[in-house]
Design a protein around this ligand. Sequence first.
Ligand SMILES: NC(=O)c1ccc[n+]([C@@H]2O[C@H](COP(=O)([O-])OP(=O)(O)OC[C@H]3O[C@@H](n4cnc5c(N)ncnc54)[C@H](O)[C@@H]3O)[C@@H](O)[C@H]2O)c1
Length: 307
Amino acid sequence: MIREFTGRVCVVTGAGSGIGRALAHELAAHGARLALADVDAAGLAETRERAARMGAREIHTEVLDVADRAAVSAWADATAERFGGVDLVVNNAGVSLTADVEEMSWDDFEWLMGVNFWGVAYGTKAFLPHLRRSREGHLVNISSVFGLFGVPSQSAYCAAKYAVRGFTESVRQEMRLSGSGVAVTTVHPGGIKTNIVRNSRTSGAHDRDKVTALHDSASRTSAQRAARIILRGVRRGRARVYVGADATAIDVGSRLLGSVFEPLVRVVSKRTGPTTLAPAPRTVRAKAPGPVPTLSPDGYSNPVTGG
Ligand SMILES: NC(=O)c1ccc[n+]([C@@H]2O[C@H](COP(=O)([O-])OP(=O)(O)OC[C@H]3O[C@@H](n4cnc5c(N)ncnc54)[C@H](O)[C@@H]3O)[C@@H](O)[C@H]2O)c1
């Protein structure tokens, strides 16, 4: 288990913005050696520049599409060779899509799955042999609270995040059973203040500005705080990490409330209001039973925001 990041070789995908950038900077402040990747060259360069100032011992950046299996595989091998090994891998890169399933295009669906699920699977398979060699290797895959419950307009995103959760939990079992020494953590962030929705795709009906405004107002946790919580979970060898009080409330609420949770999500979704361009229907004021947790989502149209 990794207790200290100083001198460790740490890999982060999606490091050009948000949680990935914050992880890179936190790790830099601990004197880690960084291998950072993103499709966004400019964002990656900004992350790199600050990470260098913050104390990273060594930094290599790669402009990379995590949905490109061959490229991810080549990057993993090149990274291990360049640094002499790999200790921590965070498969973080992700995108957002707000679309009702009947109008969602296959192109958008496949794009979302390519980055949010296949990107994680490719990164996991490519880096696992190198993490095994570390003997204290740690794999972190970023799911979401949307990997814990279904949300209207988020079928593709939920599918990918549930898949990441199932995939990662299975990998964890395999790593333990085989005595690999590789620790595996699944992360479920609630609403984090990042640009993920601002840069998202929406279907024709959903309005990105509205979805973004909803995400901005619902997100309570900064990217820096999210990064600190994730790295604390790594140091403690946690199997699952919930980021933010909203994530914890959703996890506990969905388990305690059981079948009542799903109708509750619909009730609060109605209160939240539509994010479609069509005129909103006359206000539906459904009273939520009891206190409603502020389910701040990854920033989508219908999740339960409580405000
Ligand atoms: N922000 C939230 O509320 C929230 C909540 C739950 C989970 N998450 C998850 O956290 C992770 C990080 O998201 P964020 O909020 O920091 O978003 P962000 O948009 O700020 O950062 C995501 C980064 O991933 C990069 N990226 C996108 N497609 C890529 C590709 N094909 N290959 C490589 N890089 C790519 C982007 O360029 C960007 O720099 C994602 O997996 C997201 O699903 C976010």
